[in-house]
Design a protein around this ligand. Structure first.
Ligand code: SAH
Length: 235
């Protein structure tokens, strides 16, 4: 009898040892992303952190990338394009210095993730994407999430979005050879533009404030974005 109990116990102990560890939930991964990748690196604005807690990043990536959705790097979203590293989305968002009342233009909708984050921090978000299928996919995810203040357009965003200009803030999420002139024109006086500027492979984040007759530029960290194509981008 004692022998039997011992054998059964041993059997269960063995099973315990072989148990596969439970996969962390998306919520838990998201919390760690916010704390370890964003907050720990200095983006501490509670409104921004709360937006990153709320938006389920895994919905914006392909099925096969879902388990890596909260990792510390960009991910492919098809068509040779990428969803940016979470920290890059956070730092660019923080440079926009949003109060909640702004009308923002985003050039390069991609997956729609950056637009979703902005939707919680600004009044209206206008976003433009040149690849129609990406724009459609982003639109359906935003709809699923019940986000109604993001307006998706298809076209060459290096020309801005004259029909909805001027904007209080502009964010470009593709690497540009320079700041496209139409974007400067479509920015309100006092407005801020955040844009990666450099060559096709490496850029620096530029944060520029528009004054009456000039643009005050500040160079921030180095970054690597897919190229901004189009009339004022790369050919
Ligand atoms: N903000 C996105 C990531 C963008 S990746 C996100 O949160 O997922 C850059 C995107 O810019 C790509 O989808 C690319 O197709 C788009 N793009 C490049 N040049 C463009 C242009 N001239 N006009 C509009 N979109 C452009």
């Amino acid at each position: 009898m004692i022998f039997c109990v011992l054998v059964v116990n041993l059997y269960f102990i063995r099973l315990e040892c072989y148990k596969i560890p439970m996969e962390e939930t998306f919520e838990k991964k998201r919390e760690r992303m916010v704390n370890e990748q964003i907050k720990a690196r200095g983006v501490t604005d509670e409104r921004i952190l709360s937006a990153f807690y709320k938006i389920p990043r895994h919905l914006f990536v392909d099925e096969k990338e879902k388990s890596a959705a909260y990792s510390d790097h960009p991910l492919p979203i098809g068509y040779n394009q990428t969803i940016s590293q979470p920290y890059m989305v956070a730092i660019m968002t923080s440079y926009l210095n949003l109060t909640g009342r702004e009308r923002v233009l985003e050039v390069g909708t991609g997956s729609g993730y950056q637009a979703a984050i902005l939707s919680l921090l600004a009044s209206e978000v206008y976003t433009i994407e040149k690849i129609e299928s990406l724009a459609e996919k982003a639109a359906s995810i935003l709809k699923e999430l019940g986000i109604t203040n993001v307006h998706i357009n298809v076209g060459d965003g290096s020309l801005g979005l004259p029909k909805d200009a001027p904007f209080d803030r502009i964010i470009v999420t593709a690497g540009s050879p320079d700041i496209p002139l139409p974007l400067i024109e479509q920015l309100e006086i006092g407005g801020i533009i955040v844009i990666p500027v450099g060559n096709r492979y490496m850029q620096e984040l530029i944060v520029a404030k528009k004054k009456e007759n000039e643009l005050i530029k500040k160079q921030q960290e180095g970054c690597i974005f897919v190229p901004l194509l189009g009339r004022y981008g790369w050919s």
